[in-house]
Write a protein that binds this ligand. Structure first.
Ligand SMILES: C[S@@+](CC[C@H](N)C(=O)[O-])C[C@H]1O[C@@H](n2cnc3c(N)ncnc32)[C@H](O)[C@@H]1O
Length: 500
């Protein structure tokens, strides 16, 4: 299909400009309107990117990028377009502080660009290592592993079960529950190389959901009515005369774990062969990935070292990665406490997030950067639009318009932490470096938060020059609750471009 270029289709910007930020005119909106006025000349509604390219959709059939189904990921196409537009040559160094499944990392590696990345989720490292080793696997060893794995037979008497935490209790049918543990013991005791064991772990991670009674569904992990958890809950509900949970099925067949993993292994084997026969000589970029929080990784990086940034932080949309990816986290060895801690370490994007300010202050103190901490926080507190949004949400909370009061703390934490990320990226970038950030605007309690413009205003406060704000032609709707109470307001999905 022919790619449309930007200039072929100039779209009328007007329907993408927000006129009313506060439903019913309840709260002040001057500061947000001022941002709208200031940045609208940079707004470019585009068909260069679309809903599919800013999501995982396009990666589903893409060799290598399909190795880990990360619904929160963006596509290789998006990264390629941005790298071209940013004119990043081989040999340069790019950062993605929210690396996720490693889309930016892989595309950079294929183009000979070096990538520094970090992500808080333990499975991110497994995915990135597995993919970035694509040219290094010993194919004969991989074939042997597939054969041995496919013919494994679990003894009838094997009784160990894969561990669970409260939110994953009874996630698998009994056979899968035992087989997952059997296979975990088997691969640990085997003599396969570490690279191959890591690739195997990725294939297991990619299979867990379809072998379970759960399904990732936006914000939630949906449960199948055939699971012991739902059956038990319904017995209790019946006793109490409450409405039963619906007879919902995540999928017709809960797959056999051995069959699913074997399929994943064969899929990666085919991809490895394909990538090897098509890899360009540029496939040489280095990937330097650290597991951990960007909030603590960035302050330690040296000044003026990056040539660019392509990233997408978690959106300010209440998605709790630790719940959505609970099966994968438990498989990676996380217990209840680890998951709770991980939830708090996420950039504040859930209603349970608590403020990280005192932790950050202590951290900057420890690395002898308390002046920097004070400078960044000072800028955050002086941002008029941010202050206006927090006051408006407080007002909405007081009149009962927020369906969860944790939203206010989440929004405050989210943008404060993001501002720290932007400030540090400014320091770490070389002069001339370009930054691309993918994010969605949001609306809570009838108040629109222009994430794209607010982020741009923080970036500008730290010294970045705003270059362009791409907005997808297709905007985002609102939750049914918001629509019912406050009417419909389309929200921008944007890619903001800044330059040092
Ligand atoms: C929208 S996803 C990025 C997906 C990525 N672009 C891809 O293609 O796979 C946001 C990522 O931020 C990570 N994250 C959340 N809080 C973080 C933090 N404090 N530091 C680093 N990563 C974090 C999440 O684990 C998630 O993988």
């Amino acid at each position: 299909m022919r790619q449309l270029t930007l200039f072929e289709h100039k779209i009328d910007n007007r329907e993408y400009i927000t006129q009313n930020f506060s439903a019913g005119g309840l709260c002040l909106e001057e500061a947000r309107l001022a941002l709208e006025k200031k940045y609208t000349s940079l707004l470019e509604v585009t068909e260069k990117f679309n809903r599919r390219s800013v999501s995982y959709q396009l990666s589903k059939k893409n060799p290598l990028h399909s190795w880990f189904k990360y619904k929160e990921g963006f596509s290789a196409d998006l990264v390629n377009i941005l790298l071209d537009e940013m004119k990043i040559p081989a040999g340069d160094t790019i950062m993605d502080p929210f690396t996720g499944s490693g889309t930016t990392a892989l595309v950079c590696q294929m183009r000979g660009i070096n990538l520094i990345g970090c992500d808080i989720m333990p499975f991110a490292g497994v995915a990135i290592n597995a993919k970035s080793n694509v040219l290094r696997y010993d194919l004969a060893e991989l074939k042997t592993l597939i054969e041995e794995f496919s013919s494994l037979e679990m003894p009838e008497t094997y009784s160990k079960r894969t561990p669970y935490v409260t939110i994953t209790y009874s996630a698998y049918p009994e056979f899968n529950e035992r087989f997952i543990q059997f296979v975990t013991d088997w691969i640990k005791a085997s003599n396969y190389s570490d690279e191959l064991k890591n690739l195997f772990t990725l294939c297991v991670l990619n299979s867990l959901e379809r072998c379970s009674y759960t399904a990732k569904d936006g914000q939630y992990l949906r449960w199948d009515s055939r699971s012991a958890k739902v059956i038990k809950a319904n017995i209790e509900r019946e006793k109490l005369g409450r409405k039963l949970l619906p007879a919902h099925q995540c999928r017709d067949i809960i797959e056999n774990f051995q069959v699913a993993v074997a399929e994943e292994l064969n899929h990666v084997l085919a991809d490895i062969k394909f990538v090897r026969s098509n890899a360009s000589e540029n496939f040489s970029g280095g990937v330097d990935f650290t597991e951990g929080s960007a909030l603590f990784k960035l302050p330690k990086l040296k000044d003026n070292t990056l040539d660019g940034v392509i990233t997408s932080p978690p959106y300010c949309n209440r998605y709790d990665y630790t719940r959505i990816y609970a099966l994968e986290l438990v498989y990676m060895g996380c217990n209840e406490v680890d998951i709770k801690n991980l939830r708090q370490a996420l950039l504040s994007c859930t209603v349970e997030s608590k403020s990280k300010i005192s932790v950050l202050m202590k951290y900057y103190d420890r690395i002898n950067a308390s002046d920097r901490f004070a400078y960044i926080l000072g800028k955050v507190n002086s941002n008029a639009a941010f202050r206006e949004i927090l006051t408006a949400l407080e007002q909405r909370k007081n009149c009962g318009d927020l369906n969860n009061n944790g939203v206010l703390r989440m929004v405050e934490g989210y943008f404060t932490e993001l501002a720290f990320v932007y400030a540090e990226l400014y320091r770490i970038c070389k002069r001339g470096a370009k930054i691309a950030v993918v994010n969605d605007n949001v609306r809570y309690g009838g108040e629109i938060i222009p994430v794209d413009y607010l982020s741009t205003s923080f970036a500008e406060q730290f010294g970045f020059k705003p270059v362009k704000i791409y907005c997808l032609r297709q905007q985002k709707g609102n939750s049914s609750q918001q629509m019912k109470k406050f009417g419909r307001e389309a929200l921008r999905k944007s890619i903001t471009l800044w330059q040092k």
